[in-house]
Design a protein around this ligand. Structure first.
Ligand code: SAJ
Length: 414
């Protein structure tokens, strides 16, 4: 890569699940990088060389890159600014809360100089870069470059996917797109395809909406299967033998900060899509179905105790954002059930977690919400207290005869 390009200083605003690995990859590629975050504790950790979360390869990459990295709670001036701040969903209005993007844009604008490149990485409703960010930057200078470069990264594979996946970059002008492509080309090995900023924003939320709709379809198929008396897991796996069919899996609900959120951003354009909205409603209703299955299972047991296995939003990660487990647990507690909760990875959760031993030894009904590989080796034969297992992921196949196994999407009559 040209030495001249590597002399550019990159300032990454937002040291979260996307911003921090991105900053590390730029520094590893040879750039001087400043990571900015409003959380002073996080900045303190990072300055001491400690990664705030775990991802395969992240610690090693950080170790190699950290002599080219600094961290600060204050914005610094640079040649390239990457904005990777959260865009949570305002759950009442079903609209993106863009307050962090706005604040980060004002902060970048305060140090923006002619010729600089600003890249918005945060997932946003289509049109945000042009309509919200550009007017803020423009007040400072008209001679700057603006692009949107959404990430495609799967938790536990974040670094790998950031490097290997194809990447769509949308420039507000052709030059802005080309400039951002050069910068990202320092570490992206997949193809970088250029388009305009609004199309890039649209494509990002489109990808996650596609997945949401497909999961909603699987959840509907599960309901239909329960009624007809067919095992949904077998039915889907057989249907997927067709060369042009690829149905996803039903489950306890859709968690994480992307799939359950981004389809709403797509709907912000003002053109109503009954289909996308319906998918959201179907997936949001999935945790309540699990609650109903649990309640049916424990009917007839006096003061039943429920044990929840897994609160991470998906397997083998420590991330519990928007997890369906939260709604299941809250509803059970509201209805007066005693609930034990275990997760081998999640450290911080809204309610205290219990040990695996107490969850297994106290519960009458175990509910597998997250299919962590750690649970594969569980042996229930000595836990005579467990009478039912509600398996929302088709995870357990052989349970001792004293336990009734109830799988989501299979007919059960209690
Ligand atoms: N889920 C199901 N059934 C399935 C697949 C997933 O119920 O068949 C559930 C999971 O259990 C989880 C939720 O959906 O609760 C979301 O998990 P996920 O693995 O589908 O996706 P995320 O949110 O971890 O990451 C997604 C990915 N997007 C796509 O696959 C289109 C990832 O590539 C994106 O980079 C990420 O969103 C993002 O940052 O937008």
């Amino acid at each position: 890569m040209k030495k001249e390009l590597l002399r550019k200083k990159i300032v990454v605003v937002g040291m979260g699940y996307i911003g921090f690995p991105t900053a590390v990859l730029f520094a590893k590629a040879g750039f001087v990088v400043c990571g900015v975050d409003i959380d002073s504790k996080k900045i303190d950790m990072l300055s001491r060389g400690i990664s705030p979360f775990e991802e395969p390869g992240l610690n090693e990459a950080f170790r190699l890159a950290k002599n080219r990295m600094t961290f600060s709670t204050e914005i610094e001036s640079g040649d390239v600014y990457i904005i990777a701040v959260p865009t949570p969903l305002d759950t009442k209005r079903h609209k993106a809360d863009l307050s962090f993007v706005k604040a980060a844009s004002h902060s970048v604008a305060s140090v923006l100089t002619e010729g600089a490149l600003v890249v918005l990485e945060s997932t946003v409703p289509p049109g945000t870069a042009e309509k919200l960010c550009h007017p803020i930057f423009q007040k400072k200078t008209n001679r700057y470059y603006l692009a949107h470069a959404p990430e495609r990264a799967f938790p536990q594979k974040t670094l790998f996917e950031m490097v290997q996946n194809d990447r769509i970059i949308g420039g507000s002008t052709k030059d802005a797109g080309e400039y951002a492509k050069k910068i990202y080309g320092s570490f992206v090995k997949g193809s970088i395809i250029l388009t305009d900023a609004t199309t890039a924003e649209f494509v990002k939320v489109l990808e996650n909406s596609f997945r949401d709709v497909n999961i909603a379809f699987a959840n509907e198929v599960a309901k239909v299967c329960e009624g007809i008396g067919v095992n949904v897991w077998e039915a889907i796996s057989l249907a997927n033998r067709h060369p042009r069919v690829n149905i996803l899996n039903p489950g306890p609900g859709v968690g994480g900060h992307c799939i359950a959120v981004d389809p709403w951003f797509l709907l912000e354009g003002g053109v109503p899509s009954r289909f996308i909205k319906l998918a959201r409603e179907i997936n949001d209703a999935a945790p309540d179905r699990v609650v109903r299955m649990i309640q049916q299972s424990v009917k007839g047991i006096n003061n039943p105790v429920i044990g929840i296995l897994g609160v991470a939003y998906k397997k083998n990660i420590d991330d519990s954002r928007e997890t369906p487990a939260k709604h299941i647990i809250e509803t059970l507690k509201k209805r007066g059930y005693a609930v034990y909760i275990h997760d081998p990875f999640v450290k911080k959760f809204d309610v205290p977690l219990d040990s695996l031993q107490s969850t297994l030894s106290k519960s009458n009904c175990l509910v597998l919400v997250t299919d962590h590989d750690n649970y594969r080796k569980l042996d229930f034969k000595n836990y005579k207290n467990i009478t039912h297992i509600v398996d929302t992921r088709n995870f357990f196949h052989n349970v001792p005869p004293h336990i009734r196994l109830i799988t989501l999407g299979t007919p059960f009559h209690l």
